[in-house]
Design a protein around this ligand. Structure first.
Ligand code: AMP
Length: 283
């Protein structure tokens, strides 16, 4: 059964009367197959799944798309109901109507995880990850799930959340889910809604560049691949493109076991991200 809850009070009441083990899937809505994959995993692994839908103002910069971000609650509920198992397992969709149900009046706290500043998305989106960790911490506190599900599409976010959980000793298991792509290879994103067909084609520049760098890293090694990356970055649509140690987002060194190749690109006014992991064990 899929049940919509729109107030914090009702959610707390529901959770207080339920002993079922919980999985949490935090989202900003406008659900696509990427989100649905996270939700399916949670349904498979937990008795109760709580999907949160909240477009979090704290993770948007002043010139970003908070106002126009797609809000499609009815379609999102239908999408969740279309998951077979959602019907015989318990699924709560928590979509708070009032912002005070997440940030009480006069809210003045921030959860800040350091060590990943000035790299990848942190560079051009100052304050973004503080907004993410603050809302995720609140959701962890509110829902007290046993497991929480996050997509590897937001790779830097997964590292930051795992670090927050470790540092603050939050009793929750973080589960990571592979990037879900369309048939052309474009990583699914709610922001793909802003693109027309031609722009979707153009957006593949990011995916293809990352793939090219991965092939080069495996075949020719880091030095040649960094040169290739710098050439690609001549294309000013790229916000960043980097090859880093996937464990800590430091530059690769001899001890690195896995690399992440991550990039962001502007297609018109739409900012898209993508990444891939590369195992370096074979060296
Ligand atoms: P969002 O609604 O964009 O905040 O995303 C909610 C969750 O879905 C995050 O953990 C994202 O990493 C994850 N997600 C978004 N797009 C994808 C995708 N294409 N594949 C896998 N997970 C995704």
């Amino acid at each position: 059964m899929v049940e919509l809850i729109t107030s914090r009070e009702k959610l707390v009441n529901y959770l207080e009367s339920s002993q079922l083990s919980r999985g949490l899937v935090p989202t900003m809505g406008n659900l696509h197959q990427g989100h649905l994959t996270l939700i399916k995993e949670s349904i498979n692994e937990n008795d109760l799944t709580v999907v949160t839908i909240f477009v979090n103002p704290k993770q948007f910069g002043p010139n970003e798309d908070f106002d126009k971000y797609p809000r499609t609650l009815e379609a999102d509920l239908d999408a969740i109901r279309s998951i077979d198992k959602a019907l015989d397992k318990n699924v709560i969709v928590f979509a708070p109507e009032k912002i005070e149900d997440i940030y009480p009046e006069g809210f003045s706290s921030t959860i800040s995880v350091h060590g990943f500043d000035q790299i990848l998305c942190a560079k051009d989106r100052p304050g973004h990850f503080d907004g993410v960790t603050t809302v995720v911490y609140i959701l962890f506190n509110l829902i007290k799930a046993r497991r929480a599900y996050f997509g590897l599409k937001d790779f830097q976010q997964t590292l930051i959340i795992r670090k927050m959980v470790k540092d603050l000793m939050i009793p929750i298991e973080i589960k990571l889910v592979e990037i879900v792509r369309d048939s052309n290879g474009l990583a699914l994103s709610s922001r793909n809604k802003y693109l027309d067909l031609k722009q979707k084609e153009e957006a593949l520049t990011l995916t293809k560049s990352i793939k090219k760098l991965k092939d080069s890293l495996l075949k020719s090694g880091i030095k040649d691949t960094i040169k290739m990356k710098d050439d690609i970055l001549e294309d000013k649509r790229f916000v960043y493109l980097d090859i880093l140690d996937a464990n800590n987002l430091h530059p690769l060194d001899d001890r690195s076991k896995e690399a992440v190749i991550a990039g962001a690109i502007m297609i018109g006014t739409t900012r898209l991200i993508d990444n891939t992991l590369v195992s370096l064990n074979v060296r």
